[in-house]
Design a protein around this ligand. Structure first.
Ligand code: NAI
Length: 360
């Protein structure tokens, strides 16, 4: 495996630092990747996942850490981008000693990287990691943390959707629109509540019967359909992917009836080029990493000492950021995903440059 070649992204400066961590006794095998610290200490979660190979784990952590640099930059945070993966099945090997060993490796970076939750890790795990390092956020409320980040993630997605609605229909509201929510998990549930409050009608789907039952009980006015295909081919104005990545692909985009796509799921574009396919069909896509930044805004706020109102105010600004990106995309004749990348790169370069001013 050629690590330097993997980190030497053709269109970017590449990663700053990639750290391989091992503790044989506990079975810990982790990779911490720091893409950029131009804006401050790198921040991004730890994914605990049984990758098929070391190469797959490395590829994932490199992509994810790069994504965090862009997300944190556009969220207006003083944080660079980083991410970590623990290679293994959390169901089988997660233990207190393993998490604490991992915490010690995080600590050894002396604050160049702050960790948080991701797929396979939870607030309780962050509390354990925190016994070895202070460079951890996303902790439980009992330990002074902010708890579940899906509340502000959903709020931010809703703000992004308002900005998209204004761009397409002239008014920053979903009132009178029909929104298709795919995935009624932690984020999808809160998002549904905001949409109904705003006067939208909602059609939703989920693969988990318990989520559907929750919807029937809580919001009988929400229409439920059998699967995502039924959802995207129904008469919706907005599609909100809130389940897994890859929701926008060669099969779904041609079938999509919505004018606008705004959702929480990470990595919605299945591969490069899909953003162009969306633009060609006249579908406005608000980049996932812009609108789903409410969660990282929350955990970043926790580092300062969590204040919900302050964090919510920051997540509300996702409305302004989305609006600016959509305008820039129009002005420069590029898809919003490209415009978002340009804005993020500009902030990393302009604000990052200030660190070259010698402070004495
Ligand atoms: P979750 O695991 O609570 O909810 C996901 C829901 O999607 C579940 O109810 C699941 O049954 C459903 N689902 C899975 N496959 C499906 C399919 N094929 N069709 C329909 N429904 C399906 O996750 P959560 O926290 O709500 O996150 C949703 C998405 O947003 C994920 O992609 C996550 O990475 C992303 N995200 C979440 C953040 C957070 O703060 N929770 C922050 C940023 C992104």
């Amino acid at each position: 495996m050629d690590v330097f070649a993997s980190t030497d992204g053709q269109e970017s400066d590449g990663h700053e630092q990639v750290v391989f961590c091992q503790d044989k006794q506990t079975g810990l095998r982790a990779i911490i990747a720091i893409y950029s610290t131009a804006l401050g200490p790198a921040l991004g979660g730890t994914r605990f996942y049984p990758y098929a190979s070391e190469a797959e784990a490395l590829r994932d952590v490199l992509e994810l850490s790069r994504g965090m640099a862009y997300k944190n930059a556009l969220a207006g945070l003083d944080h660079g981008g980083g991410k970590a993966v623990i290679w293994g099945d959390p169901e089988r090997i997660k233990s207190e000693p393993l998490l604490r060993a991992y915490g010690r490796f995080v600590d050894s970076l002396h604050g160049r990287y702050y960790t948080a939750c991701d797929v396979g890790t939870y607030v309780a795990d962050m509390d354990v990691i925190a016994r070895e390092t202070r460079y951890v956020t996303g902790r439980s409320v009992e330990h002074g943390g902010a708890g579940d980040s899906s509340v502000l993630t959903a709020w931010g997605v809703f703000q992004g959707m308002r900005a998209a609605a204004e761009h397409v229909w002239g008014s920053p509201t979903l009132a009178g629109r029909r929104v298709g929510v795919a995935g009624l998990g932690k984020v999808g549930k809160h998002l549904t509540a905001h949409l109904l409050d705003d006067g939208a009608s909602v059609v939703a789907t989920d693969v988990d019967e318990r989520a559907l039952e929750w919807a029937r009980r809580t919001y009988p006015q929400v229409d439920l359909v059998t699967d995502t295909e039924a959802l995207i081919t129904s008469d919706i104005d907005v599609y909100a992917p809130c389940a897994l990545g890859g929701a926008l692909n060669d099969a779904t985009v041609p079938a999509l009836r919505a004018r606008v796509v705004v959702g929480a799921a990470n990595n919605q574009l299945a591969h490069p080029g899909i953003e162009k396919l969306l633009a060609d069909r006249g579908i406005l896509y608000a980049p996932d990493y812009v609108v789903n930044a409410g969660g990282v805004i929350q955990v970043a706020d926790e580092i300062e000492g969590f204040n919900f109102e302050r964090a919510k105010l920051r997540a509300t600004r996702i409305y302004d950021t989305t609006r600016d990106i959509l305008r820039l995309a129009d002005a420069e004749g590029v898809p919003p995903a490209i415009a978002a990348d340009r804005l993020a790169e500009r902030r990393m370069a302009e604000v990052g440059r200030l660190r070259t001013i010698y402070l004495g």
